[in-house]
Ligand binder design. Structure first.
Ligand SMILES: C[S@@+](CC[C@H](N)C(=O)[O-])C[C@H]1O[C@@H](n2cnc3c(N)ncnc32)[C@H](O)[C@@H]1O
Length: 263
């Protein structure tokens, strides 16, 4: 049980809300702290984060602030797509309806939402997030009104995606596209909308080994975002996606072949 995170409710919870809090705690093996009309800070006690179940949704509170699931920049990207525009993630991955996508750095799932729209109801998106609080917030968010009907469901798993990818590669499990959007080393280069989540994020560095693991599982492509190209990118087949304003999107062809493909 992770004592760094506890679950509570808003001040005067309904029976349904208390049940939700207990259900959430059981799912993620977290302790519940009864609120007894006390403050959120009291409920948090010595834990780093308290997850507060409220009628409006789940909120994560630390000493530094509050964070809730929200679509952020994905809302604008989805609007562009619905109006016939394109998105660099879809172009970089060559995403198509029916694809299986593994988002190896889920965060609060903005890229996963765009991928879910692109692969549609017949596709699948699995998001892996190393930070427990972000994984819980994303899982709770994706159980609500997003993604919209017509998109693939987004399943959330808490863990280190390097291990998930290695385990998948070992048993020959494949997806069509793997996304890798690790934390940028320079926080100023990051998406502003993600700043609040920074307290929770795990700063795994982007390495050739991580990209190779992703290529071993991806049939078609691996999509990477990085604030700049690294000298080793050509060694793992990574090329910059042309035609973006930021220049931060890179892609490589997948290395995985099914036995049926003769690989
Ligand atoms: C820049 S954010 C991703 C944002 C996401 N693409 C989005 O659109 O919302 C990077 C995320 O990857 C997570 N992360 C870092 N290392 C990881 C690992 N080894 N396995 C899984 N997630 C990891 C971080 O905790 C962080 O939430």
């Amino acid at each position: 049980m992770d004592r760094g995170v506890v679950v509570t409710t808003s001040k005067s919870p309904s029976g349904v809300l208390r049940e939700r809090a207990h259900g959430l705690a059981a799912t993620w093996d977290l302790p519940v702290v009864e609120r007894h009309r006390g403050s959120v800070a009291t409920a948090r006690g010595t834990a780093a984060t308290v997850l507060v179940c409220t009628e409006e949704g789940l909120v994560a509170e630390t000493a530094g602030g509050r964070l809730a699931f929200h679509q952020g920049t994905a809302a604008k990207r989805l609007r562009t797509l619905r109006h016939g525009g394109t998105d660099p993630l879809i172009r970089a991955g060559g995403l198509r309806p029916g694809d299986r996508v593994l988002d190896a750095t889920l965060g609060l799932g903005r890229d996963a939402l765009v991928a879910a729209w692109a692969v549609g109801a017949d596709g699948e998106v699995l998001g892996v997030e190393a930070d427990l609080v972000l994984a819980v917030l994303a899982d709770d968010g994706f159980a609500g009104s997003v993604p919209r009907p017509g998109s693939a469901p987004v399943r959330v798993r808490h863990g280190d995606s390097r291990q998930v990818l290695a385990a998948a590669a070992a048993v020959g499990e494949r997806v069509d596209v793997v996304l890798l959007d690790p934390m940028f080393t320079d926080p100023r280069a990051s998406d502003h909308g993600f700043a609040l989540a920074r307290d929770h994020t795990v700063p795994t560095p982007l390495t050739p080994e991580w990209v190779e693991l992703a290529r071993a599982v991806a049939r078609r492509s691996v999509v990477v975002t990085a604030e700049r190209a690294r000298p080793w990118f050509p060694d793992v087949g990574l090329e910059r996606l042309e035609g973006t304003r930021s220049g931060r999107w890179f892609h490589a062809t997948g290395g995985a072949q099914d036995a049926a493909d003769g690989g």
